[in-house]
Every structure is written in C-alpha cells, then in structure tokens.
Ligand binder design. Structure first.
Ligand SMILES: [Zn+2]
Length: 235
C-alpha cells in the first residue's frame, strides 16, 4: 500500500507539465549538471538563470534555489541551473576540475589566456570543456530571451551591447549599481549576445560572502519581475 501511494505521488510529480528537471550534461569529473524548468513550456518567453559558473563565487545559488521552489509562472518559461561548474564548486576554485576558467572558454572572441589553473585560463581552444559545451547545447535549445549569470564579488550589475536595458532594469529592481562594461573574451554573455541578436545575457556580480535570505528573495523577485516585462512587451 505504501509503495502504491509513493508511486502515484511520483507519477503526479513527474506528470506536472509546469515543473520538471533533467540532467543536461556532465562535468569533466563526471558530476551531473541539472536544469530545472518551471512555468509554461509552450510560452515563447524564455528565461535562463545560472547560479554559479565560477566555483568559488556561489552566492547566486541561494537565489536559484529560491526560484526553483517558486510557484511556476503562468506566463513564461523559466529555466534554472544552480551550478554549471560542480567540480570547481566542490574544490572551492574559480576554474573547473581541470583548471579552465569556463567563462573564458566560450567560442566568441576567444583568445588564448594563461595556462592551466591560472585564474583566467581560457582552455586550449574554444569549447574545450564539457561544461561550456553543455551550456551551448542548452542555450541553443532554449534560446532564452533573458539569461542571468551570477558572479561575485564586484557588487554591481554589468552588461554591454543589446543587454544593457534589461540589465539596467534588473539593477533597479535589486537596488544595485549598474555599469556598462564590455564583455571579456570568451565569456558566456559575449557568445550569447553575438550569437542570438535581440536577446539579453548579462552578469550580476553579488557582494562577497553569502547572501542574506532577504537579499536572495529580493533577487528571485527581480528575476520574476524582469521575466514579466517580456510578457508585457510581447502582448
Ligand atoms: Zn566570476
């Protein structure tokens, strides 16, 4: 009887079209990279949020965990990755498990930087890392209108090019400082902004240390508000 109840609960949980999660790739050391999806899968309004790409800058995970627990939005499709660099996070380092700065490894304005375990080591060639290839696959599949990347510790919202208006709006919603700063070589926003015209991909640099529960809630709220501006613009 217990098993039957458990199975029916599981069936209900897995059949909920407004909430799902799946493994979309594996790190170089074999750790799963999981994406959570909430909201209306059929909505043309897509938002992707990544809590941690530099392993020692993981305050954003407090925000993404809150997002995953929210009531699924009716009017947009929200995709959330808590950690895209699980090896680096486990090791407490910026780079991935083999010493590559993932956010210098994307194939847009990529240049060779440094050597293994240097803070900004770009990898031997663009897309050399399984984590960046996982992001490439995921972004191509979702084609998000907005992508938010959490980093630390500069305590500002930074964007360039077409992503500036959305980033500025996010800064207002979170009462953070906004700066227009050119993308570094080989970063995720650099690639997304060049590859997907008309979409926004920007960086939120959180303060050093961990985020208070109140601040995390504020950021999660800002993500939802920003996503709703897409819906309003499309209407
Ligand atoms: Zn960073």
């Amino acid at each position: 009887m217990g098993i039957e109840i458990l199975l029916s609960v599981l069936a209900l949980a897995t059949s909920d079209p407004t909430r799902s999660s799946e493994v979309v790739g594996y790190s170089s050391q074999g750790r799963a990279i999981r994406v959570h999806r909430l909201g209306d899968p059929a909505s043309p309004n897509k938002v992707l949020v990544v809590g941690c790409i530099h392993g020692n800058e993981d305050a954003g995970v407090a925000i993404t965990r809150k997002l995953v627990r929210k009531t699924p939005p009716a009017s947009f499709d929200l995709w959330v990755v808590n950690v895209v660099n699980p090896d680096g996070r486990r090791l407490g380092v910026r780079q991935n498990g083999r010493g590559v700065d993932l956010n210098r490894n994307f194939g847009s304005e990529w240049i060779p930087i440094g050597t293994r375990w240097d803070p900004e080591y770009s990898g031997p060639y663009p897309w050399s890392e399984p984590e960046t290839r996982t992001v490439r696959r995921l972004v191509r599949r979702i084609q998000p209108d907005i992508t938010i990347w959490y980093h630390q510790p500069q305590t500002l919202v930074r964007a360039w090019g077409q992503s500036r208006p959305m980033a500025r709006r996010y800064a207002q919603l979170t009462r953070m400082v906004y700066r227009s700063i050119r993308w570094p070589h080989g970063t995720a926003p650099n690639w997304q902004n060049h590859r997907f015209p008309g979409t926004s991909s920007f960086v939120v640099e959180l303060a050093p240390g961990s985020l208070s529960d109140r601040r995390a809630a504020r950021h999660a709220y800002a993500v939802m508000r920003l996503a709703r501006t897409l819906v309003a613009a499309a209407a």
